[in-house]
Write a protein that binds this ligand. Sequence first.
Ligand code: G3P
Ligand code: CA
Length: 269
Amino acid sequence: GLTGTEPARVPAPVVVAHRGASAYAPENTLAAVDEAAARDARWVENDVQRTKDGELVVIHDDGLGRTTDVEDVFPDRAPWKVKDFTAAEIARLDAGSWFSPAYAGTRVPTLEQYLRTVESHHQGLLLEIKNPELYPGIEQQILKELGDDSWLDQRHLAGRLIVQSFSADSLRTVHALQPEVRTGLLGMPKAADLPGYARFVDLVNPSHTSLSAAYVSAVHAQTGPHGVPLRLFAWTVDDADTARTVVGYGADGLISNKPDVVRQAVSGH
Ligand code: G3P
Ligand code: CA
């Protein structure tokens, strides 16, 4: 029987490679997904936005400048916003050289290319709808592309997809359009507001920086739209001490640029 000295049995947290294994390969590229797989990350996180001609692409910033050579290729197109470039134009850009010459020629992936790579590694996907206010209707478009290609039922992503956003409105739309899809609200809403969000979100995903055990408990105390407690994935956790602290608070997942480091830190926790 229980003696009171046995360690609590805590399930291993989900480790999610943030923008892929982005400490080791250029963020939000297929190379970063491959690198995550090579380091045994079973989940990856990405950021989805839309081109001028309506293609869904995987990139973090609303501008192309930080992570591509767009300013060299299209010098007269300031301020180089994703939404002002066609998919064909973006496909010409180098999204790897800024990170390392070893990744020269790496491209900004389309969502379709990205999904195929995730599938090839049997990974789960934490798909962030980034800046949805810039892309009216993007929720419906993402769900349509997933549905048209059967990603959500017979194919790999069934049960392995969470759609997240900083925009509660965007997640409310996703839930209304396709209630079976799990959703995660980025940020750290007041505990008093959690019951309202629990009507349409399955996870609350805050920064680790002001997290506490009490907050994780408040999240777990709510029941989500699928009849189970809300879960919590914390970001961006890249060192062993922080990983152990956050898992000690009860976090269910760690979103990390260094998924190998945090997995090592919390395995057997
Ligand atoms: O997944 C959490 C994290 O990605 C949210 O912030 O700016 O990296 O998209 P950001
Ligand atoms: Ca993100």
